[in-house]
Design a protein around this ligand. Sequence first.
Ligand SMILES: CC(C)(COP(=O)(O)OP(=O)(O)OC[C@H]1O[C@@H](n2cnc3c(N)ncnc32)[C@H](O)[C@@H]1OP(=O)(O)O)[C@@H](O)C(=O)NCCC(=O)NCCS
Length: 183
Amino acid sequence: MSVFHPITTARCLVRLADASDASYLLHYREQNREHLAPWEPLREASYYTLAHCVQTLAESRAAIRFDRAYPFFVLDLAGSEIIACFTFANVVRGAFQASHLGYSIAAHRQGQGLMQEALDGALQWAFTELGLHRVMANYMPRNERSGRLLERLGFEREGYARRYLQIAGVWEDHVLTSRIRAD
Ligand SMILES: CC(C)(COP(=O)(O)OP(=O)(O)OC[C@H]1O[C@@H](n2cnc3c(N)ncnc32)[C@H](O)[C@@H]1OP(=O)(O)O)[C@@H](O)C(=O)NCCC(=O)NCCS
């Protein structure tokens, strides 16, 4: 298991998801339900319960232990509120050394450069400590905010996949991008 030491940036705290974060996570899900609905899979009503958050975090910790995924929370500097989440998911080793990156930020923290601030350091960690060679991130063409974020982070467009992910109940086309480790 790769160790991630929490990073403090100018405006936030970035750390791996912890088993004790369930009430913070529930608050994030409830507060951002409408904001995130157009960009995520359909959610069951149970998704907005503490029990589901506890389960998610147990799965997160197991995924970290088995080097399958690395789910992160971005908190305010006081560490009292989750303001964004991101995950290096689907880690594949061997000849690929790659992962998919997914992310979201709270509605009231959007448009302040915080997602980029948090991801900058974490990507560095993924390429060095985690040893990844390629981080892939894909977005719907109409998700212009996401496209701009990826461009600023140095991701390059690699393709276009039709009906790629089921988002809000619809199979949506996605732009495929990657950032490759510079070495
Ligand atoms: C995609 C998403 C994470 C982008 O968030 P974001 O806040 O726009 O991203 P950043 O942290 O890079 O912020 C950049 C914006 O802050 C602005 N900004 C304000 N102050 C800033 C500062 N001090 N430093 C940098 N940027 C700043 C930038 O101008 C930029 O705005 P612009 O894109 O309108 O030009 C967010 O829109 C989101 O969570 N969407 C819903 C979920 C989602 O779509 N997830 C991705 C699925 S592929």
